[in-house]
Every structure is written in structure tokens, then in C-alpha cells.
Write a protein that binds this ligand. Structure first.
Ligand code: NDP
Ligand code: OXD
Length: 313
């Protein structure tokens, strides 16, 4: 136990549970009680109130309580200290489970069969085998690579797209602006696992969706977005669904969350909605590694899972 306190500045997460799990090892303080507390060297944050961290005179490291760090961009006074983000096997496995579930559901015509069951209709749809379906993953990071490995194990062909050139065994990799069109042209089911940055804002628009492969054994192209809502233009997705550019979509994230009650996505028969639930941060799995990183930092060892502030992820 050290004399330092960890600041918990969280909105939309159960900070009391986080505090209970951290407090046995290091004392915690809550924002706003600890506004300019010199004993605070570490802050664990999720959608924190802007300008609270800049008041901490001895802050050394910010820990994002999630894998995505776009929530930090809302703070114009973010101190210039290292930012550690979540890379956690439990969260990764949840995302892999979600992606495999949604890909196999679109592939095996889940929406068609659920609608048919409601009408008590007995008709067998054409069904390509997984090896005849290409899944394209936008974002070949920690989550995208894990999802790719699982999809390959099921039997799908897998394409991947990233900012820099990547090599992932079994995956046909594309990179950058030049790689985007060939990546999309070779993809039947698009899985979006990108971070939200200035460069990815609104990237999932009608023009991008129009480049997916529609002439396939599935009867059209499908979209799965579990990255961030602001990666997509919702109105373009609706237009793409209505004009046949897209066959179906599974959306876990939305431009506005919670999804407003009057959003057309709720009742669209080609859309499957989940409430940003693909892979939640579980403090029971995350606090141990965070505390271990704090101990390592105190011993002068390098931090892991650091955010590149220039790239924004
Ligand atoms: P990583 O940082 O490990 O990977 C990000 C990937 O996206 C990298 O491959 C990166 O390319 C690529 N990328 C970033 N910017 C661009 C760009 N402009 N053009 C092309 N590729 C780009 O992130 P994770 O895999 O850990 O997480 C991805 C996102 O998933 C998170 O940022 C978060 O938004 C979301 N998420 C959603 C959850 C949910 O419940 N819905 C839960 C957890 C995370 P390169 O390899 O070249 O760096
Ligand atoms: C995350 C999330 O970024 O839950 O971890 O969205």
C-alpha cells in the first residue's frame, strides 16, 4: 500500500465497483472530491469531465478504462502524460464471440429464417459454405486480429485493412487509402473494428458500402460495426439497406448512444441492434493488470499498451 491515491474519474461505468477492486492495493479518490490533490499520480478514466485532470499537479499516467480512447479527445486540457489503454484477454474474447456470432448469423441467413418462422413458412434458402464467404475486417489491431483468427478457424476467408502494412497469417492484408477499394471489392461481410479518430470519422458511408461485393452466395453485402458509432453515417446505412447496396447490418454502436427511441434502426427488419454491448470492460479483469502496471511504473519499468497520441489510438 502506498500513500498515493488513484483518481477514478468515470461516467457510465460502476466506479464504486472499480474502487472496491482497487482499494485493497492502493487508496482511491473520486472526482470531483480530489480536484487538485498532489497525492494523485494515476487516474483511471472513462468519459471524464473535461479539465479535471489538468488540475492534478503530480499526475504521471492516465489509464483508459476501455480499449477505445476517443472519449479522451473531449478534454481540451488533457495533460501530456502517457495514456495506457485496455488490452485484455477477457474483453478480446467477448469481442471475438460477438464477431463470430454476427458473422455466422448473417452467413447462415438468421434474419431470413427468423422472419420466416414468424410466418410459419418452410423454405430452405441457398447456403454457401463458410469457405465461399469472405469476411473483411477494418482494423487489424488487437481485436481485429483476434477476430480474424477465430473466423479463419471456422472456415471463412478473411481480408484485413489497416493503416500500416500488416502481415497476419491466413489473412489477405490491405493497407491505407490505396488498399481500401481492393479490400472492399473482395469482401462479402464487412466487420468494423476501427478506432474513432479524425481520420476515421464517418468512414462508413454509402460510397464505401457501394464498393462491397454484392454478387455473392449470400444475396448481398452485410455490415457489422462494433468499433464506434461515429465511424458510420447512419443515414447512409439506411439508404444502403433500402436501395440494396447492403443486405443486412448488425450495429453495436451508434452516432448517438443510447440509440434514441425514434431511431429507424430499432424497427428496421434488416438491422440487428445491440446496445454497445459487444465487449464491455470488466473491472474484475482489468484492475489487477492496471495495478501491476502502476507497480511496474514505480519500479522504473516501461509501461505497456500505450496510446499513440498523434495517431489518436
Ligand atoms: P487497436 O489500436 O489495437 O487497432 C486499431 C486498428 O485500426 C489497427 O490495425 C490500425 O492500423 C487500424 N486503423 C486505425 N486508424 C486507421 C486508419 N485511419 N485507416 C486504416 N486503419 C486504421 O484497437 P483495438 O483492436 O484494441 O480496438 C479497436 C476499437 O474497437 C477501439 O478503438 C474501440 O473503438 C472499439 N471497441 C468497441 C467495443 C464495443 O463493445 N463495441 C469494445 C472495445 C473496443 P495499424 O495496425 O496500422 O495501427
Ligand atoms: C471500449 C468499449 O472501448 O467498451 O472498451 O467501447
Amino acid at each position: 500500500m502506498t500513500g498515493d491515491r488513484i483518481l477514478l474519474a468515470m461516467n457510465g461505468m460502476d466506479r464504486d465497483l472499480w474502487a472496491r477492486l482497487l482499494a485493497g492495493k492502493r487508496p482511491v479518490a473520486f472526482e470531483p472530491d480530489a480536484a487538485d490533490d498532489p497525492s494523485i499520480r494515476f487516474a483511471v478514466v472513462w468519459k471524464h469531465r473535461p479539465r479535471v485532470l489538468e488540475k492534478l499537479p503530480n499526475l504521471k499516467v492516465i489509464f483508459s478504462a476501455g480499449a477505445g480512447v476517443d472519449h479522451l479527445a473531449n478534454d481540451p486540457g488533457l495533460p501530456d502524460v502517457p495514456i495506457v489503454r485496455v488490452i485484455d484477454p477477457n474483453l478480446t474474447q467477448h469481442m471475438v464471440d460477438y464477431v463470430v456470432w454476427r458473422v455466422t448469423d448473417h452467413h447462415r441467413q438468421g434474419m431470413f429464417y427468423r422472419a420466416q418462422q414468424a410466418e410459419r413458412r418452410w423454405h430452405e434458402a441457398d447456403q454457401p459454405v463458410s469457405g465461399a464467404v469472405s469476411v473483411g475486417i477494418m482494423g487489424l489491431g488487437n481485436l481485429g486480429r483476434a477476430a480474424a483468427r477465430a473466423l479463419l478457424a471456422v472456415g471463412y476467408k478473411v481480408n484485413g485493412w489497416s493503416r500500416s502494412e500488416r502481415q497476419v497469417e491466413g489473412v489477405t492484408c490491405f493497407a491505407g487509402e490505396a488498399g481500401l477499394t481492393p479490400f472492399l471489392n473482395a469482401t462479402d461481410i464487412l466487420v468494423v473494428l476501427l478506432p474513432y479518430t479524425a481520420a476515421t470519422h464517418g468512414i462508413i458511408d454509402h460510397a464505401l458500402l457501394a464498393r462491397l461485393r454484392r454478387d455473392n452466395g449470400l444475396g448481398g453485402a452485410c455490415l457489422i460495426n462494433a468499433g464506434r458509432g461515429k465511424l458510420q453515417k447512419g443515414a447512409d446505412i439506411l439508404r444502403a439497406l433500402d436501395d440494396g447496396t447492403l443486405k443486412e447490418a448488425s450495429l453495436d454502436v451508434f452516432e448517438e448512444e443510447p440509440l434514441p427511441a425514434d431511431s429507424p434502426f430499432w424497427s428496421h427488419r434488416q438491422v440487428f441492434v445491440t446496445p454497445h454491448a459487444a465487449a464491455a470492460s470488466d473491472p474484475a479483469h482489468l484492475t489487477g493488470p492496471m495495478l501491476a502496471q502502476m507497480d511496474a511504473f514505480d519500479r522504473g519499468e516501461p509501461l505497456r499498451d500505450l496510446v499513440d497520441r498523434n495517431a489518436g489510438y
